[in-house]
Structures are given as structure tokens and as C-alpha cells.
Design a protein around this ligand. Structure first.
Ligand code: HEC
Ligand code: HEC
Ligand code: HEC
Ligand code: HEC
Ligand code: HEC
Length: 187
């Protein structure tokens, strides 16, 4: 029976296989180092890989510095490029990852952040009511200060709202009927 491969060819094939293994290994290690630490899924849809962990956890910037309407309105809001540029017109001002910031400042078009939390239109929700009554961001959004990429921790289902409303009514002696009445959240 004739040999399928000649011995020198076998050696070459072995070397190629070894090289491929090494490349795959190096690639894996590189990916591991480049990707942000675990604790939240990477969200490749966001135009800038913004880290709450760095800005809030490490640098101590208050939530309200960026989500400034949260105490006054229904919406917490997403900061404009101008807010970021207060610091980043000096700091990392040429970094390629920050190009969407510079583009937004040039064109006046807002950055297209992908929504992580979104209630259907038929639900009425208001941030300021909750914040004014002492419900902290952490109760609904979790430890954002530890999230390299923001992710949703609450289901945002009706049952989730109702559970807290019932608990609060009992704890704070509120009118449970009003807190669970359909028209409170469906107006
Ligand atoms: C009050 C100052 C300040 C503001 C405002 C600010 N940053 Fe930063 N940013 C920093 C500092 C400081 C670092 C270095 C972070 C670190 O290593 O702790 C940084 C780092 C970054 C990085 C590099 C990757 C990282 O997370 O380390 C990106 C991207 C970034 N910021 C995006 C933004 C965006 C987008 C905004 C607006 C939503 C913003 N920053 C607003 C101070 C700021
Ligand atoms: C330096 C600015 C900055 C600060 C400080 C900051 N955020 Fe944000 N936040 C952003 C930006 C930009 C986004 C949109 C990009 C993203 O989703 O990561 C965002 C998104 C979010 C979202 C998700 C919005 C959605 O799409 O549903 C939540 C929730 C949130 N932030 C909560 C917080 C809380 C809580 C704090 C304080 C503990 C905080 N943020 C501090 C800039 C900031
Ligand atoms: C009682 C629960 C609750 C509390 C407390 C709360 N949030 Fe939210 N947050 C939500 C819900 C629900 C949404 C989705 C709202 C929607 O889709 O209309 C949301 C959405 C957001 C968004 C996306 C933009 C927007 O306005 O819809 C940001 C940013 C945010 N929250 C930041 C904060 C910050 C900062 C705090 C604390 C100061 C906070 N939230 C406190 C439940 C809460
Ligand atoms: C972690 C607890 C908590 C969660 C979760 C929560 N709420 Fe509330 N909610 C409160 C508290 C506390 C009040 C203020 C009650 C008071 O003192 O009047 C309130 C008040 C409200 C009010 C005003 C009620 C009124 O007429 O006075 C609305 C509307 C509301 N919540 C909607 C929602 C919706 C919609 C959700 C879910 C998407 C939700 N809430 C989730 C705690 C919560
Ligand atoms: C505390 C706030 C709150 C109250 C009170 C409330 N709902 Fe809801 N409701 C929600 C939220 C939030 C959703 C959206 C759930 C989702 O997207 O999964 C919802 C969704 C719904 C839906 C759509 C189907 C579904 O389950 O997703 C119906 C129907 C509904 N509610 C009916 C009612 C009725 C009837 C009452 C009174 C008995 C009521 N709701 C009271 C917050 C509330």
C-alpha cells in the first residue's frame, strides 16, 4: 500500500498544526486582555464602550452629573456629548474610541446609544416620584458602579412594580389600593 504522505510532508503538517495552535492560543489571550472584566456582558451595539464602573466606581462621578433630570422629571435622560466633553476635550481628546463624541459635537447629532431599559408606551413611569420618596437608583438598577457595561437587573414586568408597591404600602403605611390601582400605572 503506498504511503499517503511522505515523511518530510508529515513534519511540515505537524509544524503547521503547531503554529495554528499557538496562533489560536495567542488570539485567545489577547481577546481576554482586551475585553473588559467580567461582571456584565459586553454590549457591542453601543457606539462608545462607556464604563459606569470607571466613571462612577473609580472616579466617583455622581449619577446626577450625567442623568441630571432624574430628580425633576419622569426621565433620567442620557447625557449629551457636551457633558462628556467637559472632561474629554482635555482627557483622551484624540482617542479613537471617542470619535463618536467629536462627531456629535461637530454635527450636533446626538450619539445613538442603544436603550437597555424600555417600558411599553402604555405604562406610566416617573423617576422623580421615586427619587423624591427615597427609592435609590440601586433598588431598580443594581450596582451600576460595578458595571463595566450597563445591564438590566430587574425584569421591569408588572409583577416587579407591584411587589415593591405592596411592600412599600405595608412598610410606610400608604394606601395599598392607590399603589396597586390599575390607573396609577396605566393612565
Ligand atoms: C468628570 C470627568 C469625566 C466625564 C464627564 C466623562 N469622563 Fe470618561 N473618563 C474620565 C476619566 C478620569 C477616565 C479614566 C478612567 C479611569 O481609568 O478610571 C475616563 C475614561 C473614559 C473612557 C476610556 C475607557 C474607560 O472607561 O476607561 C471612555 C471611552 C470614556 N471615558 C467615555 C466617556 C463618555 C462617553 C462620557 C460621557 C457620557 C464621559 N466619558 C464622561 C473622566 C470623565
Ligand atoms: C459620566 C456620565 C455618567 C454617569 C456619572 C452615570 N451615567 Fe448612567 N449612563 C451614561 C451613559 C452615556 C449611558 C448610555 C450608555 C450605556 O448604556 O452605557 C448611561 C446609561 C445608564 C443606564 C441605562 C439606560 C438605558 O438605556 O436603559 C442606567 C440605568 C444608568 N445609566 C444609571 C446610572 C446610575 C444609577 C448612575 C450612578 C450610580 C449613573 N448612571 C452614572 C452616563 C453616565
Ligand atoms: C423605581 C425604580 C427605579 C428607580 C428608583 C430608578 N430607576 Fe431608572 N429606570 C427605571 C425604569 C422602569 C426605566 C425605564 C423607563 C422607561 O422605559 O420609560 C428606567 C430608565 C432609566 C434610564 C434610561 C433613560 C430614561 O430616562 O428612561 C436611566 C439613565 C436611569 N433609569 C437612571 C436612573 C438613575 C440615575 C436613578 C437614581 C437617581 C434611577 N434611574 C432610579 C426604574 C427606576
Ligand atoms: C423599589 C420599589 C419600587 C419599584 C420597583 C417601583 N416603584 Fe413605583 N413607587 C414606589 C414608591 C416608594 C412610590 C411613592 C409612594 C408614595 O409615597 O406616595 C412609588 C410611586 C409610584 C407612582 C406614583 C403613585 C401615585 O399616584 O402617587 C407611580 C405611577 C409608580 N410608582 C409607577 C411604577 C411603575 C410603573 C413601576 C415599575 C416599572 C414602579 N413604580 C416600580 C416604589 C417602587
Ligand atoms: C405599579 C404599576 C402597575 C400597576 C398598578 C398595574 N400595572 Fe399593568 N403593567 C405594568 C407594567 C410595567 C407593564 C408592562 C409589563 C411588561 O412589559 O412586561 C404592565 C402591563 C400590563 C398589561 C399588558 C400585558 C402584560 O401583562 O404585559 C395589562 C393588560 C395590564 N398591565 C393590566 C393591568 C391591570 C388590569 C391593572 C390593575 C389591576 C394593572 N395593570 C396595574 C405596571 C402596572
Amino acid at each position: 500500500m503506498p504511503q499517503v504522505f511522505h515523511p518530510p510532508l508529515v513534519l511540515v503538517l505537524k509544524l503547521v498544526a503547531l503554529a495554528l495552535l499557538l496562533i489560536a492560543g495567542a488570539g485567545w489571550i489577547t481577546l481576554y486582555m482586551v475585553l473588559p472584566p467580567r461582571g456584565g456582558p459586553v454590549d457591542p451595539r453601543q457606539p462608545i464602550p462607556f464604563s459606569h464602573q470607571h466613571h462612577v466606581g473609580d472616579d466617583g462621578i455622581d449619577c446626577r452629573y450625567c442623568h441630571w433630570s432624574v430628580e425633576k422629571s419622569a426621565y433620567a435622560g442620557i447625557p449629551s456629548a457636551q457633558v462628556c466633553l467637559t472632561c474629554h476635550s482635555q482627557l483622551f481628546s484624540d482617542a479613537p474610541v471617542l470619535e463618536p463624541l467629536r462627531e456629535s459635537a461637530r454635527t450636533g447629532r446626538p450619539i445613538r446609544w442603544v436603550r437597555v431599559h424600555e417600558l411599553p408606551d402604555f405604562v406610566f413611569f416617573d423617576h422623580s416620584i421615586h427619587v423624591a420618596k427615597g427609592v435609590g437608583c440601586v433598588e431598580c438598577h443594581g450596582r451600576v458602579d460595578k458595571m463595566p457595561r450597563i445591564h438590566r437587573v430587574a425584569s421591569l414586568e408588572m409583577q416587579w412594580c407591584l411587589e415593591c408597591h405592596r411592600r412599600m404600602a405595608r412598610m410606610r403605611g400608604l394606601d395599598e389600593r392607590r399603589m396597586t390601582d390599575c390607573s396609577t400605572c396605566h393612565r
